[in-house]
Design a protein around this ligand. Structure first.
Ligand code: PHE
Length: 378
């Protein structure tokens, strides 16, 4: 409801100087697309929860599912508890939305690992909306949805000869569980495990599947860093964790071509899906695109970040912006100033746009740029 929306806005748009949450995110917080059982994100969430509940019947360890934990979390939970170093790039206000000096909009569902373990849970799934400042194209949107899974194994270490043996066993269970999940979603596709790095797991892996003629990264996971488990009050108990992006999976499973569609309230989108069913999306006709270029000089390169520009474009154009592409970039040999040219591609998913209305938007983009970004438009 409107009143609820206002209350949520009050909790994310603060007067604090560190606050960098744009008004465009109003109306996204609290939409809870993943809690709608007949929305593609909800359908996939239900599938995965169902799979893990069934598996729990064989392991004897019940899985608890959470899908309405509030997305504003303490900075400590989002970063420090996960051993993400104080100077890690992901903490930068270029990448992360800060509410104030103590809270962020969670950048991943891993933000809930420590608190949930601390509550005494042994196996849980957390699904929720996560927020990152990012580029603009068909697969990137400042809000998306993740699902986190954690399981710890009380008593396992004691029953094995060494930590090494225990870790091996945890890794085996993790890989079995996740391959089973992938088969449930995609059928018996070709799979491969790729070694990777996360500050919060060791060893760490990505699972990839061969689908539609290409290798697709499905999730990140690993054996939990013992320090995280210890700090959550669980001592030397071994555990695993994984995290996956629901949009990425839904886009391939339902053949949804553009991430903006998940937010559409157009019945031609919403009416196509049914609880419990993975079906192929039938695109309604693509309306014509309209693009506008903007070029500008930057005096101090260090003072400008592309994400600041993307956010202005989002703020003005909203979901009419399909993508923003850097088409040209050079440094003037004499003055040393940098020049950039971006192409903003506008396209509505619901109707044809007129050149006149896009000119108005683009003019507003230019105004806001020269006001806020200290660049010289060309
Ligand atoms: N939080 C990680 C991400 O957002 C995913 C992850 C979760 C990796 C849990 C390992 C363990 O990319």
């Amino acid at each position: 409801t409107v009143a609820e929306g206002k209350a949520l806005d009050g909790r994310v748009h603060t007067e604090h100087p560190m606050n960098n949450v744009p008004v465009t995110l109003s109306g996204k917080i609290g939409r809870d697309l993943h809690r709608n059982p007949s929305h593609p994100l909800g359908i996939i969430k239900d599938r995965i929860e169902g799979y893990f509940k069934e598996r729990a019947a064989t392991t004897g360890v019940a899985v608890e599912c959470f899908d309405n934990l509030f997305p504003v979390v303490p900075i400590v939970n989002n970063f420090d508890d996960l051993l993400i170093p104080p100077d890690h790039v992901s903490r930068s206000p270029i990448d992360t939305y800060y509410v104030d000096d103590k809270q962020v909009l969670r950048t991943h569902t891993s933000a809930h690992q420590s608190t949930m373990l601390g509550k005494g849970l042994e196996a849980f799934l957390v699904t929720g909306d996560v927020y990152r400042r990012d580029e603009i194209d068909r697969t990137h949107y400042p809000v998306f949805h993740q699902m986190e899974g954690v399981r710890i194994f009380p008593g396992l270490l004691e029953s094995r000869g060494s930590r090494e043996e225990g870790v091996k066993e945890v890794e085996k269970d993790l890989k079995e569980a996740l391959e089973g999940m992938v088969v449930t979603l995609f059928g018996d596709v070709e799979r491969r495990w790729v070694d990777t790095y996360f500050p919060f797991t060791d060893p760490s892996f990505e699972l990839e599947i061969f689908y539609n003629d290409e290798w697709l990264e499905v999730l990140g996971c690993g054996v939990m860093q013992q320090e995280i488990v210890r700090r959550a009050g669980k001592g030397e108990t071994l555990g695993w964790a994984f995290g996956l992006g629901l949009e990425r999976l839904a886009m391939v499973l339902f053949q949804i071509p553009d991430i903006r569609l998940f937010w559409s309230t157009d019945e031609r989108f919403t009416k196509q899906f049914e609880a419990g069913k993975i079906t192929t999306f039938a695109p309604f006709s693509k309306y014509p695109p309209c693009y506008k270029d903007v070029s500008f000089w930057i005096d101090k390169v260090a003072g400008f970040n592309n994400n600041d520009f993307f956010e202005i474009v989002r703020g003005v154009g909203g979901d009419l912006v399909e993508s923003v592409v850097l088409v040209d970039e050079f440094v003037h040999p004499k003055t040393g100033r940098a020049s950039k040219c971006f192409r903003v591609n506008y396209r509505s998913m619901e109707r044809s746009l007129t050149n006149e209305e896009i000119d108005v938007l683009q003019e507003e983009v230019r105004t806001q740029m020269s006001d806020a970004l200290k660049v010289e438009l060309r």
